[in-house]
Design a protein around this ligand. Sequence first.
Ligand code: 5AD
Ligand code: SF4
Length: 489
Amino acid sequence: MSEMERTRTAGTSIPPAVREDERTRQQLFLEELKTCIEQRKQETGRTPSFHITTMGCQMNARDSEKLAGVLTEIGAEETETEEADILLFNTCTVRENANQKLYGHLGQIKHFKNDHPDMLIGICGCMMQEADEVVRVRTSYRFVDLVFGTHNLWRFPELLYSCLAEKHRVIDTEERADDYADHMPVKRKLSFKSGVNITYGCNNFCTYCIVPYVRGRERSREPEDILAEIRALVKDGVKEVMLLGQNVNSYGKTLEIPVSFADLLRRTCRIGGLERIRFMTPHPKDLSDDLIEVMRTEPKVCRHIHLPLQSGSSRILERMNRHYTKESYLALVRRIRDKIPEIAVTTDIIVGFPGETEEDFQDTLDVVREVGYQAAFTFIYSKRTGTPAADFPDQADPEEVADRMKRLIDLVQSFASKAADRDTGKTLPVLVEEVNGQKEGYVSGRLSNNLMVHFPGDASLVGQIVDVELTESRGFYYMGRRRDQIWVI
Ligand code: 5AD
Ligand code: SF4
């Protein structure tokens, strides 16, 4: 197999006319791929299968839906296991252990490929925007056939064609970020709920974070494009959308006609048939009063806000380049709760950032106590080469960090179970997501505040919003029963 390696370097932005051409070109590859898959089908007597293993955040989950969209459109069939004809790993690189996990896993996959040489293995996503990782895959994992990053996701049909039809090993990375991926076909994981990108990339450069380097500078999509996409989703059965951006608060500031995130949210609420709106993630440094007002007045906006704290110490927050303090964060939570008392607040916290002392950590615990998060994602600081914090002195002692982590989790959990007890006895709307895999005759769904509820029901309820009485809190979720199942004698 010959090898095609290409690194496209940063340049000026592509003019719109060329963009159109590029989209049309990808469409042509898509058509060619249909023939290619059909041929394979004839040869083997079965439909080629595909599987995508997705790591990381909602952005990656959405990208995977686009990859699945292309693969479905060309005639391949999605399968539950990694023993597929086309296997893609959509990677995350936010923390080091995700990288280690992937390499470990690739070792196992190699054995499977030895017995199935026609299998195509691809790696894409954030990790493949890092030059060192691409070199590692290229040289040490020769059985990987296709490598591409987030910046050239839109080129997937062309790259897949080179692999499948022309039998090349393709390593294609791009330093420049463009947004053609908006126009890719999509196969949603869930028919009734969808993520919608509103911005790509990030300009915040928190000192620990690799995202700005692998996802590029922040770009906002035009509001009309976003609203048109949501309208089409609603027509296709979607009841809930999640607006996605690394910092949704900065949405629209650089558009030719600037639009605020609060305004975009207001306009999204006007879409008939759309029942629930979530968003991820607002940065605590610039969350506007106008946004709080929209959340308060618009019932479609879910009663949940994810407000990453990272650290409760103002000293550490400054070193993290977060642009807020312990006090201003707490004041923001108070402002939100004043207006929307029933709102659930969740967060991300990093333990063991370079230079974090016990006193700094106590500040984090203070904030956890004061806010009483419904849930918190807790991470041990992971040194990411290329970020400023990787070069900071006094990297933390692992034993001390492990001990802090344990204390943090204990505290978070004690508050989380209290938060989940607040609504016991109430009847609230639940969007049913799935048939419960563990308890027969039950389904599971989410409240507006994002907590799970399990209650008796069958597959016909999936995708519907139904009123459920929350009969019992079990720490992090509720058991319930449908209102119309309660008989009054
Ligand atoms: N180490 C640990 N956690 C990190 N996060 C981002 N970068 C790092 C890192 N280098 C966490 C932050 C962020 C979440 C998505 O991942 O808490 O909010
Ligand atoms: Fe990373 Fe900070 Fe951007 Fe979030 S806001 S993606 S933590 S740099």
